[in-house]
Design a protein around this ligand. Structure first.
Ligand code: MG
Ligand code: MG
Length: 272
């Protein structure tokens, strides 16, 4: 059976925005803590404490049995990495995905950070993937279709740079459930798929591999890895579809400011 699409009222959108802002503040905290020698489990426990202190509940912990507050996916891990006791190292790229629940709704956003010296080709992957998120968001307007979003992401990553756009994992509708209809693939055809209507809340989240698009699942049952071992980037915003311009409910500006003030992290400029 096809899952129903729930368009959100303005009041519901504001609740989701509050949650997305807490997610964004959590990612800011991550950007302050991230450096070589620190572990994912340490950052995860700090993130959980921060979310609970703000009277919300971690959205991923226990979701389908996932064990942690954050998904932390390093280098060739694409998404769904479990925070571990392995220390981060100079040259790592670290995707951090966070969700919270409050007032009966979710919030969701993600960012891939770069620690220390990053090679030029990996930096280009991060920049292009981050740019592609905004290309996708530009297409998330009333009257367009889901395929327009995927087309925009794919064009900017796969067609322009030859990167591999992951097919098995996609963005999603978001509301009372973390994953609602419709699915939001990062590939697609213009003018195809579900029509975008006012009040549709979706998480747009390009997952892009430096090498080929194929992925595999790790033995831990969660982590998704690139099949060819190349690094992968992941950026995510939750947005609400509006006329002419989507309203971005999450906010990367806090974490960007924290990156500027953290000498161990490298800025991922949108200008490249
Ligand atoms: Mg997410
Ligand atoms: Mg998501």
């Amino acid at each position: 059976m096809k899952k129903s699409i729930f368009l959100k009222t303005d009041e519901e959108v504001e609740l989701i925005r509050q949650n997305c802002l807490l997610v964004s503040r959590t990612l800011e905290l991550v950007a302050k803590l991230l450096k070589p020698g620190v572990t994912g489990s340490h950052i995860d426990s700090k993130a959980e404490e921060f979310i609970r202190t703000n009277n919300a509940i971690p959205g991923f912990k226990g979701y389908g049995g996932f064990p942690s507050t954050l998904c932390i996916s390093v280098n060739d891990s694409v998404v769904h990495g479990i925070p571990s006791d392995i220390e981060f190292r100079d040259g790592d790229i670290v995707s951090v995905d966070c969700g919270v629940i409050n007032h009966g709704f979710y919030g969701d956003a993600a960012y891939t950070f770069a620690i220390g010296e990053i090679s030029e080709n990996i930096m280009q992957l991060l920049v292009a993937t981050r740019q592609s998120l905004y290309k996708g968001i530009e297409s998330a307007i009333i009257g367009n279709r889901i395929g327009d979003i995927g087309y925009a992401v794919q064009k900017h990553t796969e067609k322009l740079y030859g990167y591999g756009v992951v097919r098995e994992l996609v963005g999603h509708g978001l509301g009372r459930e973390l994953h609602e209809a419709p699915e939001v693939p990062n590939y697609g055809r213009r003018g195809k798929g579900v029509l975008l209507k006012d009040g549709l809340v979706i998480a747009i989240e390009p997952m892009v591999n430096l090498g080929k698009k194929e992925v595999k699942q790790s033995k831990d049952g969660w982590t998704i890895l690139t099949k060819d071992g190349t690094p992968s980037a992941h950026y995510e915003h939750t947005v609400v579809v509006r006329k002419e311009k989507a309203d971005i409910l999450s906010d990367h500006s806090f974490l960007e400011e924290a990156i500027k003030n953290n000498p161990e992290l490298v800025e991922i400029s949108l200008k490249k």
